[in-house]
Write a protein that binds this ligand. Structure first.
Ligand code: AHR
Length: 490
């Protein structure tokens, strides 16, 4: 018997816009994220466009990726941007000490990344090295990319094949300075941010936003210190939160998990709401005008690596459970649009909660990809408050909301509603206060760990879905463990 649920939408109080960049992604020099995942080189037998694999580029263009963060991650604070410019044959080979100890031949550098971002229609979010290089090098990288002058650096860029400056929309001053970015105290990190950001100068008309390397998960003291000491030198502060099955020590498996693991992942993903709320409250104290954004520029699920894969490559399968995490997380961001102006899922291809998995020339789209595809109308949309009543999902001592929702008016004026059923066993019959009809797509499957493999790439994909009528109003019959996204004809 379906569980009766009520969703009430308040269209009288629209919230601040859902910035498109909340749908951003992260691509690091890690495992097969860049090499094979994006870049195969123009001599590859894998079909490519000037070295970028054609299948991946086309898939990314379809989901309208608004921004990409690169080159790390932890990699960013070891990266010397000069290694990745000029003739490829002359570029140095380095050891990627963070990720698998493999050699990095720097074939994918600044030009390859910036051109990739342009190719998929995304804005560039560059993460600079505050951990192991100086502020002069950081400033020079920005000048190399963004200057239209006749300076030596701008001319070097021209000689390397790019005449006009690129637009760098976002620049991260370091990454995880509390950890792999330098193991700094918050006080020191705040001081370094001020020092480095002083020398990071793009042409003012570019409007490049400077992002301070911020807190891990619930390190509220870190946010407090940055806001107190360094807010004048930043446009945003970052925060990272990964969803493990239980904890960093007990990451759990990407497939073949129990219902207890499903529920635990949902609890850990939903924690994002508390994190954003509490970091935002600290920011409100120092920045009541909300000038400084909170950028959740690393989020997503992190499980044990797939058996047989290189552990340092962070390669994991991606299931219906991951799509649920993505839906819940994006819905949370939609409820915090006053502060969360950008987010980046970790990561784009072959790493952690990936959109896309590749195996040589083969490619599969993951359930997370399909969720991002379904949610495209939310990019730039105006959100409405929506309240859910009468529904809990309990499992193994965990007590969760059964239904989650997000409602927003898209840029073209159409109304969209997402509905998520977290319960893997019980369907819901959802009554709303809206009128009209609803059609769209649903992502669901018989198994909690339904996923796409190279042998069966379409095991889970969105299907057609429509609303129904309950007591003369718009309603929905939503299966267990399902995500629906519908356009409402009012
Ligand atoms: O996304 C993988 C790693 O997680 C990133 O390199 C780092 O910033 C974070 O700890």
């Amino acid at each position: 018997i379906p569980v009766a649920v009520t969703v009430t939408v308040d269209t009288s109080k629209p919230g601040p816009r859902i910035e498109r960049d909340v749908y951003g992604q992260f691509a690091e020099h890690l495992g097969r994220g860049i090499y094979e995942g994006i870049w195969v080189g123009s001599n590859s037998r894998i079909p490519n466009t000037k070295g970028y694999r054609t299948d991946v580029v086309e898939a990314l263009r379809r989901i309208k990726v608004p921004s990409v963060r690169w080159p790390g991650g932890c990699f960013a604070d070891e990266y010397d941007w000069r290694d990745g410019i000029g003739a490829r044959a002359q570029r140095p080979t380095r050891v990627n000490t963070h990720w698998g100890g493999v050699t990095e031949d720097n074939a994918f550098g600044t030009h390859e990344f910036m051109n990739f971002a342009e190719l998929i229609g995304a804005q560039a979010y560059i993460a600079g090295n505050m951990g192991s290089m100086g502020p002069r090098e950081m400033g020079q990288w920005v000048e190399y990319m963004t200057s239209d002058s006749r300076s030596t650096l701008a001319n070097e860029r021209r000689r390397n094949g790019r005449d006009k400056p690129w637009k760098v929309a976002y620049f991260g001053v370091g990454n995880e300075s509390w950890g792999c970015g330098g193991n700094m105290r918050p006080e020191y990190s705040a001081d370094l941010h001020k020092r480095y950001s002083t020398f990071v100068k793009a042409p003012p008309e570019m409007g490049m936003k400077k992002v301070a390397s911020g807190a891990s998960v619930d390190d509220y003291a870190f946010t407090e210190m940055l806001m107190d000491r360094a807010r004048a030198q930043m446009d945003a502060v970052s925060m990272h939160h990964y969803t493990f099955t239980n904890s960093w020590e007990e990451k759990g498996n990407a497939t073949g998990f129990s219902e207890a693991d499903w529920a635990s992942v949902m609890v850990n993903a939903l924690r994002m709401d508390e994190l954003v709320t509490r970091h935002s409250a600290i920011m409100d104290k120092y920045d009541p005008e909300k000038r400084v954004g909170l950028y959740v520029d690393e989020w997503g699920t992190w499980y044990n690596p797939e058996p047989g894969s290189t552990p340092g490559f962070l390669y994991q399968q991606n299931t219906l459970r991951d799509a649920q995490v993505a839906a819940l997380t994006l819905n949370i961001f939609h409820r915090h649009t006053d502060r969360v102006k950008l987010a980046a899922i970790a990561q784009m291809v072959n790493v952690l909660q990936a959109m896309i998995l590749t195996d040589g020339a083969k490619m599969v789209l993951t359930p997370t990809y399909h969720l991002f595809d379904m949610y495209v109308p939310f990019q730039g949309a105006t959100p409405y408050a929506a309240f859910v009543t009468n529904a809990r999902y309990t499992s193994g001592g965990k007590d969760l909301p059964m239904i989650d929702t997000s409602v927003a008016r898209a840029t073209d004026g159409t109304l969209w509603m997402a509905l998520v059923n977290l319960d893997p066993n019980r369907p819901a019959r959802i009554a709303t206060n809206l009128t009209g009809t609803a059609i769209g797509r649903i992502l669901t499957a018989a198994a909690m760990d339904a996923h796409n493999s190279f042998e069966n790439p379409n095991a889970i994909a969105p299907a057609a879905y429509s609303g129904t009528v309950i007591d003369g109003k718009l309603g929905f019959d939503l299966p267990a463990k399902a995500i629906a996204m519908v356009q409402i004809a009012e």
